[in-house]
Design a protein around this ligand. Structure first.
Ligand SMILES: *[C@@H]1O[C@H](CO)[C@@H](O)[C@H](O)[C@H]1NC(C)=O
Ligand SMILES: *[C@@H]1O[C@H](CO)[C@@H](O)[C@H](O)[C@H]1NC(C)=O
Length: 423
């Protein structure tokens, strides 16, 4: 019986050959295809001191240095000199792989585009059947800054909780991974270009789950909409992902689209142009109009070092050594003003309450109960890097967020919780 055979030796044999996976690009006529909505959860790891800022910065660094496609198996961390740490905050969804299937808890990531499972070989192994290996066989390797994976690329069926089935998804079965022991792997919702070069042999790209759901005729558009309400509890399944469209019930204001930025390297990601002002849309400039990215895999809101210095002086915050975050006094918080994210023709208000880390979760990030920590921090390079900010989940939780990969644009809308007092 070949079924159940681990593919390691076959994969090593594949290294001797030279070929590539043909991307599945056939587009079928869609009959009655409609968007599919799937729940997802936020989990905060409250054990130990979570290096929230360290993980986010490591990720930012790998975005900028372009080390995501690891050229050499087993040496993924050579280029990015960063510690490997578990994510402190995970946004995860359950996906069934195979038929009959096995459930995996996958990190939802718009900052990367490969999908893979098997990071916890003891707790929840992903043992693909020999027949599921992509032919010709290939290895995949991806560097995430704060972690990495190397595995065999296989083709399998993905089933989402709401019944959406992707018959043929090319995905990784991890052989070695670092930094992802709290999840089983990643489901990549970023642009397909980020997969190009992640296969060891050949230079082809790997169609994403969004691409495949569309090309198999299961969704009407290559679009994903994210709704996640801010919350101050540790684990919370109040997120909702809509594959193939948007969920109108999750936003209040108009959905405003802007094109993906043309400035590299942000242009390779779900990148946009924005400026940030203090107090009003025409108030003091914190960040001049520049390129950066939106990213569900980053927790904080990181901005260029010079912009961060301006923000620090406007808030009066001091750097807290334990968390790396700015901390402000209750008086300073009482006087804190909104910051405005000016994106396209629109200005998105980010209230004082939105700017602080949920106080109930201070200890989860190594903070002191009762302190007030700001979620805006330093991306580590000055303005002009081509990736001057990362609008991470602390930002995205306040707005409805859409990545329309079919039309290369990003949508944002206000929600009922944009100005809510939650943190
Ligand atoms: C996978 O999880 C879903 C709920 O998300 C559940 O209904 C299903 O039975 C699970 N399947 C397996 C194979 O465990
Ligand atoms: C939480 O993080 C600690 C390290 O800070 C790690 O040892 C532990 O395994 C993590 N727990 C989970 C469930 O990821």
């Amino acid at each position: 019986m070949l079924a159940g055979l681990r593919l390691v030796s076959a994969a090593l044999a594949a290294l001797a050959l030279s070929f590539a996976i043909a991307p599945g690009t056939a587009v079928h006529i869609r009959n009655n295809a409609s968007p599919v909505t799937v729940p997802f959860a936020r989990r905060v790891n409250a054990t130990g001191i979570a290096k929230l800022l360290e993980v986010d910065r490591a990720r930012a660094k790998s975005f900028k240095t372009g080390t995501r496609a690891a050229a050499t198996p087993f040496q993924q961390n050579a280029a990015a000199d960063v510690p490997v740490t578990n994510q402190a905050v995970d946004y995860v969804m359950t996906v069934t792989v195979g038929n009959p299937g096995k459930n995996f808890s996958l990190l939802i990531d718009t900052g990367s585009s490969n999908t893979w499972a098997g990071s916890r070989p003891t707790e929840n192994p992903f043992v693909p059947l020999l027949g599921s290996a992509s032919l010709p066989m290939n290895l995949v390797a991806v560097e995430y800054g704060s972690g990495s994976v190397m595995g065999i690329e296989v083709t399998d069926t993905l089933t989402f909780p709401s019944g959406l089935v992707i018959q043929k998804q090319s995905m990784g079965a991890a052989l070695v991974s670092t930094g992802f022991t709290a999840v089983d792997g990643i489901i990549g919702f970023g642009p397909v270009g980020l997969t190009c070069g992640t296969l060891i042999l050949g230079s082809s790209c790997i169609p994403t789950v969004t691409d495949n759901a569309f090309s198999e005729g299961s969704i009407p558009e290559r679009m994903v909409g994210f709704s996640f309400a801010p919350t101050s509890t540790l684990d919370n399944t109040n997120g909702e992902l809509t594959i193939g469209g948007v969920d109108d019930s999750k936003f209040t204001g108009p959905l405003n689209f802007v094109p993906i930025t043309s400035t590299a390297p942000a242009s390779q990601f779900v990148g946009i142009d924005q400026s940030i002002t203090f107090g009003s849309p025409t108030g003091q400039t914190i960040l001049p109009m520049t390129a950066g990215i939106t990213d569900t895999g980053t927790t904080l809101l990181l901005i260029a070092s010079d912009a961060f210095a301006t923000y620090q002086s406007l808030t009066g915050g001091v750097l807290d050594p334990a968390t790396g975050l700015l901390t402000i006094t209750p008086d300073q918080f009482a006087n804190l003003q909104s910051v405005f994210f000016n994106i396209g023709e629109n200005s998105f208000e980010f209230t004082p309450n939105a700017q602080i880390w949920p106080r109930a979760l201070n200890t989860a990030i190594g903070g002191t109960p009762g302190n007030i920590y700001l979620v805006i921090n330093d991306v580590g390079t000055p303005t002009g890097s081509g990736l001057d900010f990362i609008d991470g989940m602390t930002f995205l939780e306040r707005f409805y967020y859409v990545f329309d990969s079919g039309n290369n644009r990003v949508g944002l809308a206000e929600t009922q919780l944009t100005r809510a007092e939650i943190n």
